[in-house]
Ligand binder design. Structure first.
Ligand SMILES: Cc1cc2nc3c(=O)[nH]c(=O)nc-3n(C[C@H](O)[C@H](O)[C@H](O)COP(=O)(O)OP(=O)(O)OC[C@H]3O[C@@H](n4cnc5c(N)ncnc54)[C@H](O)[C@@H]3O)c2cc1C
Length: 368
């Protein structure tokens, strides 16, 4: 089977679905390919900072899903300028984003196998081969697969993070990061190791949370990140192909910015592609699209590099132990001079999507 699409997005995680929503808002239909059978949310909860809420506003998701975005005392930690820091269910966010898309926008059980390039009438077309033998030709490809499409090598942090939500009368979410990558695979063993080894000295109320965790969903993963210079100097796009979310900038979870920056990517990419489409009367013009993608990469590169560096440093000093020089670095330098600056990163407003007059759009809007 062979299909033709304007835009294909690989991966229906936060980055992929949010990017499809951003494109829909600017009148561009995207097909999202997801290898799983349904929406899948690794981990239980997600803490979203003001930058993430501002991106959700720009995507129109806050307005359409007030229950997701309303303040309540379970997830609410702090309010600054009207956008606080709140923790929500990952799945609820993914579902809210997916609800904004036309039916059939997400094609499940569709695993990308190989990508090729083809010239058609002087324009470069991406040929996508799926594992089931389907071939899709697309004018634009956005890799939101969480890692593999980003290219380059990922660095190991030497740290691991098991994470889980516990369900009692209320829901509690915890995760623990530690130095080392020798965690057992079996959930019961993970729980035992956390209680007896890694969190042994924690207050008993913390350990009770781990003890009462629903261990059937306890998972762990070695933490990886892309080195900041790989982002600053690396190739993050090629013609009409680019990456977003963890595929572009995997980072450690110490600032809780992986998901939020994926939402920012979606808005920025949507804005550049939207402007290109608007300027071309609703058409996706491959040459112009390559420029739009290049502008997106330029806008995101330094921001992603700062977030990766800030997250890594925050984790490094917190897990650095009690040696005198580490205490000096942590208390005398990091907390005193750097934390304030790094925390400022989570207030970034990634901007808005361009307003589109759908009457002026050509083929893109008709597909909706
Ligand atoms: C312990 C921990 C805590 C965290 N806490 C926070 C937090 O509090 N706040 C926050 O903002 N971020 C947090 N993060 C980071 C956040 O979870 C990620 O940055 C975010 O989920 C990345 O989304 P994504 O869409 O880029 O990738 P993913 O969520 O990994 O989605 C990728 C999707 O692509 C699909 N896929 C992969 N390969 C293929 C293929 N070949 N073909 C088709 N589909 C494919 C996968 O099945 C998946 O659905 C945390 C991370 C960890 C590990």
């Amino acid at each position: 089977m062979e299909m033709m699409e304007d835009v294909v997005i690989v991966g229906a995680g936060i980055a992929g679905v949010a990017t499809a929503v951003a494109l829909k808002r600017v009148g561009v239909r995207a097909l999202v390919l997801e290898r799983s059978e349904g929406l899948r949310a690794t981990g239980a909860a997600l803490t979203l900072f003001p930058n993430a809420w501002l991106a959700l506003d720009a995507l129109g998701v806050s307005q359409a899903h007030p229950h997701l975005c309303s303040y309540n005392d379970t997830g609410f930690l702090h309010v600054g300028d009207g956008h606080g820091i709140r923790t929500i269910h990952r799945k609820a966010l993914l579902e809210a984003l997916a609800e904004e898309l036309p039916v059939d926008s997400i094609q499940f059980s569709s695993k990308l196998a190989v990508i090729e390039n083809e010239e058609q009438g002087g324009a470069s077309i991406v040929v996508i081969h799926l594992e089931d033998g389907t071939t899709i030709k697309s004018k634009v490809l956005i890799g939101c697969d969480g890692g593999e499409l980003g290219g380059g090598t990922l660095a190991r942090t030497g740290r691991t993070s098991p994470f889980r939500a516990v369900c009692c009368a209320r829901e509690l979410y915890w995760f623990l990061t530690y130095n080392g990558d020798n965690m057992a695979g079996d959930p019961e063993q993970i729980q035992k190791q956390v209680l007896e080894k890694y969190a042994e000295k924690f207050p008993s109320s913390y350990l009770d949370v781990v003890r009462h965790a629903d261990i059937s969903t306890l998972t762990w993963a070695p933490l990886k990140f892309r080195q900041p210079w790989g982002i600053i100097f690396g190739k993050l796009s090629k013609g009409n192909v680019t990456v977003a979310g963890d595929a572009m900038h995997p980072m450690t979870p110490d600032l809780g910015q992986g998901g939020g920056s994926s939402l920012e990517d979606a808005v920025v990419l949507g804005r550049h592609i939207g402007n290109s489409v608007i300027n071309n009367g609703g058409l996706i013009v491959p040459g112009d699209m390559a420029k739009a993608i290049d502008d997106y990469v330029k806008e995101r590169r330094w921001r992603a590099a700062f977030l990766i560096t800030g997250s890594y440093l925050a984790g490094w000093v917190q897990l650095g132990g009690g040696k005198w020089w580490m205490k000096f670095l942590r208390d005398g330098i990091f907390y005193k001079y750097l934390l304030g600056r790094i925390s400022g990163l989570v207030h970034k407003d990634c901007g808005k999507l361009p307003a589109v007059s759908f009457g002026d759009m050509d083929h893109s809007s008709k597909k909706d």
